[in-house]
Design a protein around this ligand. Sequence first.
Ligand code: FES
Length: 572
Amino acid sequence: MIEPEDLRSHRWYGGGGLRDFSHRARSRQLGLNPEEHLGKPVIAILNTWSDINPCHLHLRERAEQVKRGVWQAGGYPLEFPVATLSETFQKPTPMLYRNLLSMEAEEILRSYPVDGAVLMGGCDKTTPALVMGATSAGLPAVFVPAGPMLRGHWRGETLGSGTDMWKYWDEKRAGTIGDAELSELERGLARSPGHCMTMGTASTMTSAVEAMGLALPGAASIPAVDSAHHRMAAASGMRIVELVWADLKITDVLTEAAYADAVTTVLALGGSTNALIHLVAMAGRGGIPLRLGDFDAAARKVPVLANIRPGGEHLMEDFYYAGGLRGLLSRIPDLLHLDRITVSGKDFGSTLDGALVHDDDVIRPRGNPVAAEGGIAVLRGNLAPDGAVIKHLAAEPRLLRHTGPAVVFEDYGDLRRRIDDPALGITEDTVLVLRGSGPIGGPGMPEYGMLPLPEHLLARGVRDLVRISDARMSGTSYGACVLHVAPESHVGGPLALVRDGDLVTLDVPGRVLRLEVTDEELAARRASWREPPPKYERGYGALYSEHITQADEGCDFDFLARAGTNPEPDPR
Ligand code: FES
């Protein structure tokens, strides 16, 4: 336990100098009496609420409940609005700005009189960004997940955000539904605040963060609009104050064992491929080596137990009623590190005590998994020397061992212009290749990886092809999509050398992605390859392009990922 004089904020308020006098005077300007806040832990609430982010629409109100908890526990809450990363609206992709939010989070925590932080996020990139920044800042922290939205509905069917949008858009292109049905779907897909309620990146990452022990037990599964979500927010506010007094820092919680359990959790959930990039980046901020090979090794022994779309059938609301993440984790205790500390104050194993599963179809027993092995595989070969990723759980099994001729698109614009051109001769055997979509080339590695199929194949009932790119894919997407090919084509990765008609082999059981072209021919093609011009000439985009790392390294900025310490500000 620490004393009030040991609080970091004491250096701003507690002395007899000019600056302390100024800080106290300005606190009175804020309307505070000294006894209300002096000597109390100052809790920064980093809130990614915005009018433009429907996934976080409730976080403005929820911050008030966090504050309630902080005050009740004897702390002093301060809300900081930080960049919202709205997966739907921000272009070219919020991934371009994940590191920017992480920098903002870190520097706010560093530069203000803050003793602990409550991190409020959920929409895809907000979770890793906040955790990355808070890890670099190194203070005590609790994550408050935004929670999933309610199920979608249409004509008696439940709809999953993202997943069913892609599905019915293909049906529209295939001509099986028309504008009237699409208009109804538009009204039924997203019915409440909260992040995507499929096992997309949002549910994957908030669940991973809870499993690591940075959120209160059970927090990530609670629907955004459930009253339990209000109570969880208040309890998180109370808990962060206790963590400050206990001096339990985020880096004490997010250990190597915690990251190993995050990987296991993602796999057991049938989670998003984006988790591979984000967890590598998050771990890197804590100096923890996490590699693609760690995911693949775990994937061979972790069963998929969550039967949630896009890899399964149900939605996050069903998952919550079935027992939520605690229920799922209680089925794989032998695969987890149970004796590590969590922000709840209990060890991880104790947080699972009493967890129950109420629906064996939503959270499958070990004897009846959705898939016996984790649904994600890491591929290597001459087409992806530094690795590529596929969520084979959500792919048609006939394509998991496949050799076919490539049809190559230079970038997403080229793809959109030509994909329906019959002259391309695309068949069920074709391998669609998209380049120019990586961390630098995209830019920002947009979620183009579920390449659309040509209309003539959709009309014939074809719903999947092998698709290869250096892009990412929404966690709500599906199909035989090989993603994150590294190095990316923009920096001369072998994807840049593929030509129409080249044979490409995908062998998921063998973990191989191979271009069936001789080394001599590839060397000749490389000799004539020219690096494309930079996407950005100035500003944040130029900074991003100069410092972003490749997908296998987490797409962090090199200057953020490296080890080192920065001086604490001297408030006096
Ligand atoms: Fe925000 Fe899917 S759009 S989580």
